[in-house]
Design a protein around this ligand. Structure first.
Ligand code: COA
Length: 232
């Protein structure tokens, strides 16, 4: 694909592919050396608002959540939007296979009733119900785990640019499908605008514990976890 400096299996191989935007935003690959800066960004602009995180107790993110997302950097499919040297957006994504739902249910059982175990369980349900492998006849997909934009810079198409760029990269790497679990009203709206397919919806007020009470109670306007997919 034009524009990419290809060095297969090197996570940093798209480092030189800088997408310059008219408004001074550039998109670049996240490498291990950016880990601390990326984590600081997510602590300020993602976890404080992400509906599964703020919709369950304790309100703070589980360290296992951070550990999982940082472990995705080595896949080479994590991107950051930069304004000069400053991170203004982050997209974390990685490979998943057709047995992903089983793995998620196993991990959810392993972490039990912890915050991370509880989040994994609803993600496992979304994965099983959306069943994208049968729906699209594919064996693997690139899955977006995190999409976050600087709270001061929302509404400037940074989220959309990150998704468009991961689509190009995913296509280049041979992924047939891109998927995303939108826990937020705003990310779902963004996927609709990008004409992604809505493949599953789990309403928070219908996802209940054994006593019939909602497990996640995020503030309005967040009402459901919507899974979107698009062929690459
Ligand atoms: N709170 C309030 N308004 C928001 C918003 C938020 N979290 N996110 C977007 N908006 C508004 C924008 O200001 C814009 O308004 P406008 O049309 O009046 O200008 C509109 O929604 C469209 O914004 P858009 O460009 O689609 O969103 P974005 O790319 O700037 O940001 C997210 C989208 C999801 C990345 C961003 O909301 C975010 O980082 N949220 C926190 C982390 C999170 O929950 N991530 C999603 C988990 S799946």
């Amino acid at each position: 694909m034009a524009g990419y400096q290809i060095q297969e299996k090197t996570p940093a191989f798209i480092h030189k592919n800088i997408l310059s935007k008219g408004d001074g935003i550039q998109i670049d690959a996240i490498q291990l050396c950016h880990r601390d800066k990326v984590l600081d960004f997510l602590r300020s602009h993602y976890y404080l608002e992400e509906p599964l995180t703020i919709g369950s107790y304790p309100k703070e993110q589980d360290p296992e959540d951070e550990k999982f997302n940082m472990s995705q950097i080595t896949h080479g499919t994590c991107l950051m939007a930069l304004n000069e040297e400053r991170i203004v957006g982050v997209l974390i994504s990685g490979l998943k296979h057709s047995n992903e739902a089983d793995h998620l249910f196993e991990d959810a059982a392993r972490f039990g009733p912890t915050k991370w175990g509880t989040a994994l369980k609803i993600l496992a349900c979304a994965e099983r119900e959306s069943n994208v492998y049968v729906r699209y006849n594919v064996l693997k997909a690139l899955h977006i785990h995190i999409l976050a934009v600087d709270a001061q810079l929302r509404g400037h198409t940074i989220g959309a640019s990150l998704i468009e760029e991961i689509k190009k990269l995913g296509r280049h790497l041979g992924y047939p499908l891109l998927t995303l679990d939108c826990t937020s009203y705003y990310s779902a709206k963004l996927c609709e605008r990008l004409h992604m397919d809505l493949v599953n919806v789990i309403k928070y007020d219908e996802y209940l514990d054994k006593e019939g009470k909602p497990i996640f109670k995020p503030p309005p306007p967040h009402q459901s976890l919507k899974t979107y997919a698009t062929r690459l």
